[in-house]
Write a protein that binds this ligand. Structure first.
Ligand code: DGJ
Length: 727
């Protein structure tokens, strides 16, 4: 047995069935695959760590009535690493091609492998995880289709410190004829038969990432996919497969997260033996890539995670991975400023005086950053015009951006700005100068959405224009924060595979701007949370979670978003009541209590608040400043689900268990009921903890096992929090 630092191990044939077996290990998980005697790369195991032995068993069923290969081995219920189409596996394939002869048959067999020590792959122009001081190895397995000359290099990276596996595929055309790739998933895992549930996140504008869980049924094919240009409000590129009965803290759960912001698909098929095939990658719909001789193509990276400790285990692992090994912004480890954004306060109707009045009052409350949202540039009094014209509207802001930023700075606040760099309104100087720069199909009128079109980021000159125009804005004033918005789905794409080309341009623009302005805190946004994905998180440490800022709606949105993303990445604002999206009136306390677990801010006209409310805001700002370090670095636990109960409860605990914040919100009030105790988790049972607000001391054991009776107001939508520190 050959070992490589213990996390990738290889054994040679011991049982004449497997030629070579690969053992990959993480902190507590193993992933095993083997080359069978025919040369197929078979999946053997993914789950809790097991010690490598001298070979692993491949189960072969004898052919009864179906297609088979030599020795009557059937493939249609075999477990594969990267299944092909057209031969003896009759399920949905991981990739498909049109060969030069017009057929689609493909058969990948093992050609060789290489192990790269202390190595995490960098993908060409695509965001991906980096080593970040962790111990990582990459195994590259080359599979080849002898007949067509297509090669697929499967990349597997494991870390000693994590229970994740990074997967991606590089296709190469080694023939002298073109090969068309029609679909190309980044990863496939064939999970051996069992009872599993699929967990996924679906929704729409204002109700992003609603949690769904459904049993995976024999014979079903479920495509959790989006083809809307961005990762989208509708389906998130993060899914989990949970053993039936697995919950937040118990049971085997597999996570699949795609580090990609474009069209995506997570395909789940349950074959007639009950094996569950899970694939994740670029959505095959409208995808296509011609590989000329000698050319190659790279898929986005997929993060496979495994936890034997339930859904919460997956969430905490991904949070750590994204915070430490994905996001390149220095802000990812910095406490975020408490901000105030003028969007819901003024919408497009503002002038300098109004903005400065908000900023002055915000300063008095202890707020640190003023963000000027949409409407500051070009001719932009509503959403019908101006996008693309990235120069200040002097009618609204006579001192210019620079002048306004100085005035805001003089008040004592940092200055932040909204941009939507990928877009253009037909009513804009940019569009009049370059109508062909908008995505369109020659001879067809492209569909409008929010009166705007998308710029063609597959064209380098368009990307260069955006980089140049936005760089001028960012270097022309003292800007500390940028909200990068994207407000429409992508339509009228000029050719198959266009969305991938667009994404490469998008990542170039975003990568260039975020690295040229490393001190700026960037927040992603797409009509609310329409592009909340790990691709954006690679560049920006936080993303606006949803335009629905109602505290009760946010319970569900933040609860489910936290399953796949760090809580520090979720933009969360306190807004006015009645809430602008749903009309609900919730207490100011509840609005803040829910927003504390996120990148906190206000988005209301603070000058219109009563004295009493303003004093409360001051106290909230003081409180969030004490909590934000914990939000940034802590472990998050979901204790009661707003999807299942009338109450939502969550808790953040510092890694050393010395600090904890718990938030519980009772949605509807009921007369004459006993409120259940709030029982915490993951504390040190032998330590004592002091409540920072009341000064009362509790035992860690008491907090976890007996719990505390929450204090609610006698009304709907009341919340209760405790911030505790170990004494
Ligand atoms: C959509 C965003 O989600 C909002 O917060 C706001 O920035 C508007 N766009 C501005 O047009």
């Amino acid at each position: 047995m050959k070992g490589v630092n213990g996390i990738i191990m290889i054994t040679k044939s011991t049982n004449k069935i497997n030629e070579t077996t690969f053992y990959l290990s993480g902190k507590t998980m193993s992933y095993i695959m083997a080359v069978d005697k025919i040369g197929y790369l078979r999946h053997i195991y993914h789950g809790s760590k097991i010690r490598p032995r001298g070979g692993s068993e491949i189960r072969n069923l004898d052919a009864a009535w179906t297609a088979y290969v030599e020795d009557r081995i059937i493939l249609e219920t075999a477990l594969f690493e990267y299944p092909a189409y057209g031969h003896a596996d009759l399920r949905i394939p991981s990739y498909s091609v049109t060969n030069s002869g017009g057929d689609s048959v493909s058969e990948l067999k093992f050609k060789g492998f290489e192990i790269k020590e202390n190595h995490v792959p960098e993908l060409n122009g695509l965001p991906c995880v980096f080593a970040g001081g962790k111990t990582a190895q990459t195994l590259e397995i080359t599979l080849a289709d002898e007949k067509s000359g297509l090669e697929a290099v499967l990349l597997y990276t494991v870390f000693e410190e994590y229970d994740v596996l990074l997967r991606s595929v590089v296709f190469r055309n080694t023939s002298d004829k073109p090969i068309n790739i029609d679909s190309a998933y980044s990863a496939n895992v064939d999970i051996e038969q069992g009872d599993y549930d699929l967990i996924y996140f679906a929704g729409s504008w204002g109700r992003e990432r609603d949690l769904h869980r459904q049993p995976i049924q024999l014979g079903s094919k479920t495509d959790i996919s989006a083809a809307r240009g961005s990762s989208s409000h509708c389906i998130n590129p993060f899914v989990m497969i949970a053993e039936r009965g697995a919950d937040e803290e118990h049971g085997n759960v597999f996570g699949f997260s795609l580090i990609y912001s474009g069209n995506h698909s997570s395909m789940i098929e349950c074959d007639h033996s009950g094996n569950v095939r899970v694939m994740q990658g670029i959505n095959p719909l409208d995808f296509g890539k011609e590989l000329k001789p000698g050319e190659s193509f790279e898929t986005p990276q997929c993060v496979l995670s495994f936890s034997a400790d339930g859904i919460g285990g997956i969430s905490r692992e991904l949070s750590d991975l994204y915070r430490n090994n994905l996001c390149r912004s220095k802000w990812v480890h910095r406490e975020r400023p408490v901000l105030i954004n003028n969007w819901e306060a003024t919408y497009f109707d503002f002038n300098e005086e109004k903005l400065l009045a908000i900023a002055k009052k915000a300063k008095e409350a202890g707020i640190e950053l003023f963000v000027l949202d949409d409407g500051w540039f070009g001719k932009r009094d509503d959403d019908t015009s101006g996008l693309g014209d990235w120069f200040v509207n002097l009618k609204k802001l006579p001192s210019g951006l620079d002048g306004l930023a100085k005035k805001i700075n003089d008040i004592g606040l940092d200055f932040g700005l909204w941009i939507e760099p990928e877009m253009v309104n037909p009513d804009s100087e940019l569009y009049r100068a370059h109508p062909d720069w908008a995505i369109h199909v020659e001879g067809r009128e492209p569909a409008l959405s929010r009166n705007q079109l998308i710029l063609d980021l597959s064209r380098p000159e368009v990307c260069d224009y955006i980089i140049d125009a936005i760089s001028k804005v960012l270097s022309g004033a003292n800007i500390s924060y940028v909200k990068w918005d994207m407000n429409r789905p992508m339509t009228d794409m000029p050719r198959k595979g266009y969305n991938y080309e667009y994404m490469l341009g998008f990542y170039r623009v975003m990568g260039t701007l975020t690295s040229s302005f490393p001190d700026i805190l960037f927040e992603g946004c797409a009509g609310g949370g329409g592009r909340f994905d790990a691709g954006v998180l690679a560049y920006m440490p936080q993303i606006w979670t949803s335009d629905d800022s109602d505290a009760i709606a946010r319970l569900k949105i933040q609860y489910s978003t936290s399953m796949g993303y760090p809580i520090s990445s979720m933009g969360a604002h306190v807004t006015a009541v009645p809430n602008h999206q749903v009309g609900r009136v919730t207490p100011l306390k509840t609005r803040a209590d829910v927003a504390y677990t996120g990148a906190f801010g206000y988005e209301l006209d603070i000058t219109k608040m009563s004295d009493e409310e303003f004093e409360e805001v001051k106290r909230q700002v003081e409180k969030v400043k004490k909590l934000r370090g914990l939000t940034l670095n802590g472990d998050f636990y979901r204790l009661k689900s707003p999807y299942e109960t009338n109450c939502c409860m969550w808790e953040t605990v510092s890694k050393d268990k010395s600090e904890v914040f718990v938030m519980v919100c009772r949605v509807l009030n009921t007369a004459n009921t006993n409120e259940p105790h709030v029982r915490l988790t993951a504390l040190d049972p032998d330590a004592d903890y002091r409540d920072e607000e009341t000064g009362r001391i509790y035992g860690g054991d008491e907090l976890m096992y007996m719990g505390v009776v929450p204090v609610y107001e006698n009304r709907d939508f009341s919340s209760f929090t405790m911030h505790l520190k170990r004494v």
